[in-house]
Design a protein around this ligand. Structure first.
Ligand code: SF4
Length: 376
């Protein structure tokens, strides 16, 4: 029987985010590791590899395609109530012990992560998205940066169909990959996991590329929202949360910051669930630092007003939520407060057209067959 690695190596093509170096080496720029890869070897992510001096990258499959409310990504300032057709491939450049998508992200490192790839085409995915009524197509579930070429191909079709596009990412980017994505990606969510480089190294990365990516994303005009999963004992100290919030304010006080509750997952089972009190404390730190939009996630109905959006000028309630459910929507057609006229930063539809779902569901996947070992 073929290994997953062998199966995936049947569904590749030459990448665009790399340069050829001397002696058959290549340098990949899809993520902040910038791997220098000798002929016959894999990058750190284990899905991009050098074959004969060419960088081959994942192509033509999905590990998962799911319909999610956009609030689950989470984007709170982009098309509230929209359906986000979400797809992912396999692999990640980090190896977080608490990953909630470890079945797809760690499939190449962990034999207990079983997630068989399904053959897909960009046209088929987008057709499916349109049939479900999606307004946004999102690359998520694994780290989308490492599969950027495939995401862009899907997004070209999505744009042609009038859909918006998004990345849900760890933010370990490079200037090259952001330039590559800029024409095709509207929304970009970054997981800011810590403000301590030692913590990032435990997860397999470095902090600096993530901070630089957040600055660049904002400067380049992507719509950016930041999520921090608050893990008790890992990143919930006053000092660390304050430094995160101050950094985000220095980029823009209009960036929404979602502080979300951890529950034990994958290999990190020792810390307790994050309490609502901890989320409220983190949110308070964010607001005191100057962030104008701070949200608490994963504990619906237990964090007071921290799921809602208020006008930063007159405090009028603009969007009321419970979990992923939009309860009330009062923005004007231009995305402004109806009471004082202040513009709300984000990407807004001319009108709220209701919500197709507030729960994830699987689309019909009949058109996607299992990728099997075969000739390339
Ligand atoms: S995506 Fe990142 S980890 Fe993978 S080969 Fe490229 S630089 Fe290395």
């Amino acid at each position: 029987m073929s290994s997953l690695q062998e199966v995936l190596q049947k569904t590749v093509r030459e990448g665009e985010l790399y340069e050829k170096l001397d002696r058959g080496f290549v340098r990949c720029y899809a993520c902040g590791h910038c791997c220098r890869i000798p002929d016959g070897q894999l990058g750190v992510c284990k899905v991009r590899y050098n074959e004969g001096g060419k960088l081959l990258v994942p192509w033509g499959y999905v590990a998962c395609a799911q319909c999610d409310p956009i609030e689950k990504k989470p984007f709170f300032h982009a098309y509230p109530g929209a359906l986000a057709y979400s797809f992912g491939m396999l692999g990640c450049d980090l190896h977080c012990a608490y990953c909630q998508n470890w079945v797809t992200s760690q499939a190449l490192r962990d034999p207990s992560a079983v997630s068989p790839p399904l053959r897909a085409t960009p046209e088929g995915l987008v057709e499916d998205a349109v049939q479900q009524g999606a307004k946004v197509v999102v690359s998520t579930y694994n780290e989308p940066l490492i599969t950027s070429e495939w995401a862009v191909e899907v997004f070209k079709q999505a744009r042609a169909a009038g859909l918006a596009t998004g990345f849900v990412s760890n933010g370990n980017g490079t200037p090259q990959v952001l330039q590559y994505l800029r024409p095709w990606v509207d929304l970009y969510k970054v997981d800011l996991k810590s403000f301590d480089d030692r913590h990032y190294r435990q997860l397999g990365g470095r902090m600096q590329p993530i901070l630089e990516t957040i600055r660049r994303l904002h400067a380049m005009g992507f719509w950016v929202e930041i999520v921090t999963l608050i893990v008790p004992g890992f990143n919930d100290s006053e000092h660390e949360l304050q430094r995160m919030a101050e950094f985000l304010v220095s980029v823009s006080p209009d960036i929404p910051w979602h502080v979300t509750a951890f529950h034990p997952d994958y290999k990190m089972t020792a810390p307790e669930n994050t309490s609502s009190r901890t989320l409220q404390r983190a949110a308070q730190i964010g607001k005191a630092a100057g962030l104008r939009f701070v949200y608490a996630g994963n504990l619906p109905g237990r964090t007071g007003e921290l799921e809602n959006t208020y006008c930063p000028n007159c405090r009028q309630l603009l969007i009321a939520r419970l979990g992923f459910h939009v309860l009330d929507y009062r923005l004007t057609a231009t995305g402004s407060c109806p009471r004082c006229g202040a513009a709300l930063p984000g990407r807004w539809a001319a009108e709220f057209q209701g919500q197709i779902t507030d729960q994830p569901y699987l689309p019909r996947l009949q058109r996607f067959d299992r990728v099997r070992a075969g000739r390339r």
